[in-house]
Design a protein around this ligand. Sequence first.
Ligand code: ATP
Ligand code: MG
Length: 492
Amino acid sequence: MTELDGSCIGRERECQQLSALASEGGGQALVIRGEAGLGKSSLLAWAVRQAEQQGHVVARAVGVEAEWALPFAGLHQLLYPLLRTSGAEDECPTVLDVVLGRVAGPAPSLMSLGTAVLDLLARVSSRKPVLVAIDDAQWFDGPSSEVCGFIGRRLTAGAVKMVVTIRCDSGSRFDTAAIPELHLGPLSDSAAQELLDTHYPQLDPQSRRIVLEHAEGNPLALLELPRCMERRDGELSLPNSVEPQWWVPLSRRLEQMYRPRLEALEPSVQLELLRGALDGVGSLSSAGASQEMRYRLRNVDEAVARGLVSVEPTSGNLFFRHPLVRSAVVHMATPNERRAAHSALARCHHNDVERRAGHLAAATVDPDEEVATELEAAARSATLRGGAATAVAWLTRAAELSEHTARRSRRLGDAAFVAGHSALFDQALQLVGSSDPPSRRASPPPQSSLPHTWSSISAATWNPCTGVWSRPLSAFIAGRLRTALTRCSLEC
Ligand SMILES: Nc1ncnc2c1ncn2[C@@H]1O[C@H](COP(=O)(O)OP(=O)(O)OP(=O)(O)O)[C@@H](O)[C@H]1O
Ligand SMILES: [Mg+2]
């Protein structure tokens, strides 16, 4: 019989499935998919506790919105504990060191990187079974998701298990990874009542009925709605903002439950929470996963008192109580407040070219040559680590922020080149064909990036964004782009 604790009421069947996964021989992967607040992270945390009690090695990672565009931010969280456990940290540099940015080298392919991570997992699991636990994978960056999907499909031998949680209303690169799935539904009526009565034994019968009706078996709603009840015209009811409205996605409706408490905070606390949210401070369920690169919340006692932020008992670090608190904080802020917070965060990350670039790109509105130059440097760093898609986005943004037409065209040309080199041909074509970035269409004079792309391609052996491209490959890209462009012009 599966031992359950109070965090998994009514989830006996799911916990049994996770126990079976852990005890079966051979490697396996499982995706837990479900709507916001249904208890995916709680189930994953339960599986992690079980694995730790049995002496397994656990590598944890959590996706956050703020790191969605940072190449390998997710893999980074998984690799450090595994490298430490395997004792491979001091060995010769490998492709893993390239993606971690520790050594320079050719950007690794998905195949070579996936194989290197599989080798590392095999090495660690030869001593102890391993659980790879990935929470909120809908926010995992693209390259990490691809590598983890690659690994998940190949865990047949060895003692490595992988469990991944994904919200079902968000797309993810795990969607095409062909990993078996567990679809999480709402709690049964009896489990919902048990959860509510355990946490709110004193709730009056009218509120209890309203909460059970509105929560529809969603554990997060069962825990948060009682705090939202208000008295209107002498009657207890829920505010209109959290009433069910079919056109509003569930995650947005659940977010509303935190709004009144967030609005009641001092402005300085709201701004501190905004900085934390925009830099990816985790939720309590992610406590223990890597946090060292992110902003540290300070002076938010009021938010702790209102149950919006929690203190992790072992480290004393502050975390959002739930990822939806983080989203609510961001959605409540005005565009100006968000830009100011990104600016402050860019200053905090002055030593980290890529994190800084992400914040600068979001903080800057008007053309700014200094910011454009920093984005170019970040794009170079991302390209060399294998994060071409991010590099293309940053070069495009650098083009938008360029003060001079020639530089703008050169940056668009470089973006097209990096896209073409990474087989992102649709994007490359769009960039080559674009006279100007969309936000600058009104400003004269338009100038195609095409000549700059050709010069990037023909000078590929020394292009600063590439460093290592070979001439035959450059010729191939040039050929593909030329053919596609000719086809486009014939069709028009
Ligand atoms: N079966 C359960 N028994 C008791 N508490 C639960 C259960 N499931 C979830 N909870 C509680 O409900 C809240 C929401 O759960 P959780 O964060 O795991 O949801 P989630 O599916 O991961 O949501 P999201 O998609 O937003 O990440 C948490 O406070 C959690 O402790
Ligand atoms: Mg979760």
